[in-house]
Design a protein around this ligand. Structure first.
Ligand code: RB5
Length: 146
């Protein structure tokens, strides 16, 4: 574990991104912020691309991408070879995205009202452990689809 996390967002989630960064820094992580940091409109596929490319350059533990719903930026991240980006809806989904899917990215929506807080979901993901075994076989099959 490098204790490094890379994060990027579009204008629909720059405030959420700031909250996530504060939370993760309080947990002792070092955060690489790929932007954006204002409401000025950008295209979420561009933010996904630069964040995913940085992930492969920088020995990060995992990456986070956010947009208004989390949908467009997670779809975009999953087009990048080597990325398995989860879009969890609650703490259970966040935990299982590591335990079963070994997701290396998680996505959230700045305009979504979640039942569990985004920071609680991130904690559930970070504190979970990939089970391997039959799940490794399935993850290998996912990656074989690239
Ligand atoms: C931008 O208006 C919005 O479409 C984007 O943030 C995201 O919700 C797309 O999936």
């Amino acid at each position: 574990m490098s204790n490094k996390i890379v994060i990027g967002a579009d204008h629909g989630a720059y405030e959420l991104k700031a909250e996530i960064i504060k939370h993760l820094e309080n947990r002792g992580f070092s955060i690489k912020n790929m932007g954006v940091d204002s409401a000025d409109s950008v295209d979420y596929p561009d933010m996904a691309e630069i964040t995913c490319k940085e992930y492969f350059k920088g020995n990060y533990d995992f990456g986070i991408v956010c947009c208004g719903t989390g949908i467009g930026i997670s779809i975009s991240a999953n087009k990048v070879d080597g990325i398995r980006c989860a879009l969890p809806q609650n703490k259970f989904g966040a935990e299982m995205s590591k335990v079963h899917n070994n997701a290396n990215f998680i996505a959230f929506g700045g305009r979504i009202e979640y039942h569990d807080s985004v920071n609680d979901m991130i904690d559930a993901y970070i504190d979970a452990k990939f089970e391997g075994g039959r799940h490794q076989r399935r993850v290998d099959k996912i990656m074989g689809l690239e």
